[in-house]
Ligand binder design. Structure first.
Ligand code: ZN
Ligand code: ZN
Length: 262
């Protein structure tokens, strides 16, 4: 029997995942550091990791949900003051620091797809206090060859978990990514927009599914907002009523010299 190389890699990864889950069950060991926990521990995290996470439960941007500095006096972050983003509102669970970076790196690059459901649990709790009325949960799509190589799209696994917990349908391939995009960190705002422009589109017939609908998009990290902005533009152009998003982690607010006095 001929087995395609990519399928074989996926099968091996899945077998490894089952093997690891059997060796280190995710409700017995902390999903972050591996320390033994009781199954009742919140989010399957040990006390130390629960404390180490920088929870985004203080001031945040009214538009994108990015955590704001304690002494920042505005209600919009610097990016949202400079850019008229297409999305209506964003939410995040934690601020993206070293600890959160390590956690997401483990999730994405170390073959631990089962973390997606645990992180979705945190995201669902974050949204509980918000009045979210979405018709669809959609993950930020990953370029196909990249997803094949990794074996999974981390945003899709989170979207699936969130869908189950919120009782809102999700669809993995309604929004598609056609090409890889550069890492945004070192790009100017206009280069960022250029980088993602035209990178996404709806699947054939997708307009009928989004027209007049409220969309909740899901991603692991929010940084510049360019990707979610472009996804939102495509969905709104297709007739979606509004687009909100939730990211597990969000980068800290970028300050201007006139704002932080430096
Ligand atoms: Zn831990
Ligand atoms: Zn913002």
């Amino acid at each position: 029997m001929f087995v395609e190389k990519d399928s074989l890699i996926r099968m091996c990864r899945r077998a490894m995942e089952i093997f690891k889950e059997a060796l280190f069950p995710s409700n017995i060991y902390c999903i972050c550091c591996g320390e033994a926990i009781t199954p009742s521990m919140l989010y399957s995290l040990c006390d130390g990791c629960l404390k180490n996470l920088r929870w985004a439960n203080h001031a945040s941007c009214d538009k994108c949900g990015k955590p704001l500095q304690e002494d920042y006096w505005r209600n919009l972050c610097t990016d949202c003051r400079e850019t008229d983003f297409h999305f209506k509102r964003g939410y995040s669970c934690v601020e993206y620091g070293m600890f959160e970076k390590m956690m997401l790196k483990d999730y994405k690059y170390h073959g631990r797809p089962y973390l997606g459901d645990k992180l979705a649990w945190i995201m669902a709790d974050r949204l509980e206090s918000e009045d979210i009325k979405a018709d669809w949960i959609l993950p930020v799509p990953m370029e196909r060859s990249k997803e094949k190589k990794r074996g999974y799209n981390q945003a899709a696994l989170m979207a699936r978990g969130l869908s189950r917990r919120m009782g809102i349908p999700w669809e993995k391939d309604l929004l598609l990514r056609h090409r890889k995009t550069q890492v945004m960190n070192n790009l100017s705002p206009s280069d960022r927009r250029e980088n993602v422009l035209g990178a996404f589109s709806l699947k054939s017939g997708g307009e009928d599914l989004v027209r007049g609908r409220k969309i909740l998009m899901v991603d692991d990290i929010y940084t510049t907002g360019s990707t979610l902005n472009e996804c939102s533009r495509v969905l709104l152009d297709a007739g979606a009523e509004e687009v909100r998003f939730i990211c597990f982690a969000a980068g800290s607010n970028r300050l201007h010299w006139e704002e932080d006095g430096s």
